[in-house]
Design a protein around this ligand. Sequence first.
Ligand code: NA7
Length: 535
Amino acid sequence: MSRNQNTISLDALVVGAGFGGIYMLHKLRGMGLSAKIVDVASGIGGTWFWNRYPGARCDVESMFYSYSFDEALDQEWEWTERYPAQPEILKYINHVADRFDLRRDIQLKTHVTSTVYNETDATWQVTTNGNNDFSTRFCIMATGCLSAANTPDFEGLNDFTGRIFHTSKWPHSEVDFSGRHVGVIGTGSSGVQIIPEIAKRAAHLTVFQRTPSYVAEAFNRPLDAADQIHTKANYGKLRAAAKKTFGGFTVAGNEQSAMSVSEEECRDKLEEGWKEGGNSLMTSFGDIANNEKSNMRAQDFVRDKIRQAVPDAATAEKLSPEHLIGCKRICLGTNYYSVFNRGNVTLTSLGEKGVEKFTTTGLVTEGSETKIDDLVMATGFDAMTGALSRIPINGRDNISLNKAWEAGPRTYLGLMTHGFPNFFTITGPGSPSVLSNMLPTIEHHVEWIAECIDYLQQQGIKEIEADLQAQNDWVAHGNEIASKTLRYSCSSWYLGANVPGKPRVFMPYIGGMPAYRKKCAAVVTAGYEGFCLNG
Ligand code: NA7
């Protein structure tokens, strides 16, 4: 390990200046600890700093995709749309950083090159590519679940002479597609959002689709004063009610089975959910995600919507997914399907061979070349573990995190890993994270970690570490409940199935936020049960 002469000693170093990192720094500061954030980006915002492609928007309603820890902040901030666009989210997090004077402890444009545990003095030695390294007692990874880009290793890509973009690493200056022939690979959430935007400008857009997505209409709209006043007057109650739901979302949904009503009644209810917009389709009934027959009714409903939106039968057929709805994350779109009615848009389904190769002027699929000027990869992320696996992290006995997670990530509560003392992960694998509303879930983790650190300080305890047995039990419990759900059955990024060679393990905890919160609280009440407290 090469060390900079200038090593800053801290109580806590937070890696990542997204929503998790920003709140963690605020909390640690409030406890009187010396703490800093380090981030490779040139600005704060984490995933919202990078994913600045045209059309980028959150699929959680703005008034609840926001921090709840400060009532005045809640009351003063004005969201303008039901679903916030990326620039507005970035503005919000920058506002928070300024409001709480956080910037003086945020070191940007700094890449963490390694983090190694020194058992002798119980510190983490964190090296960077900048002018300084860090020596810190606590190392907190707020590196995000969807931050490491998945860039498939397409044959011949280096020979392609056109422009290449990835949605998750979008340029800061505007990209002009006018008059261009553009190819987009990927039809997940990012593809679904960017495709209609590119179609407006490009001379021709070819969409290369491996698996069609279920796209629910978002029915995004401007938020009027009445919306804001009502929510702000009831924020406390609404947020408390959301905490009782499975994913921490505001919509509790209908608990009835879709099979308990007639086909006609079922359609009417699904139609109501569809018109409500967003995720309401999935919560129209209580068992769409768990019962195959109920799921089939919801699938048929969306396939009908596709046929209504796209008159060309062959295109509608290609756009119609066959897999279980909700198995992969459902996408929210705005007039997504109808974009394929435009004369300048072609949908190309990838055959078994996928993208066969790139040439200097385009790409070959099913033996024929499509010439393009620009390639947009909307190919997603090495989700949940990618950001961590790309940093060499060595814990006790110099064991690497990649080795410890060789067969898939293993954590206790998604918060800590055996062999890595005083090393925390915010919304790590093994926590509900991406299956929930990330903002309240992040707040829960930050507050749990802060309370834990405070406890260690008060008790004069040197180290906390996940107990191996408790970790094994937690992993087994997570696997057991995941294997009984429909979500386990398809090739999603939840399972790591989108990245060749990645172990297939269902990474987020699927027991729901209420059960998870209860477990985390019980662990604390029992004196950090399942953790080893040393020294
Ligand atoms: P996703 O949802 O992982 O979507 C990636 C898309 O790219 C998806 O359609 C993939 O097809 C496709 N893909 C990935 N690799 C390839 C290759 N090698 N060839 C062809 N097509 C490929 O990522 P997003 O960025 O859209 O969204 C991620 C999350 O961000 C989303 O769930 C929201 O939570 C926000 P596949 O389905 O794997 O066949």
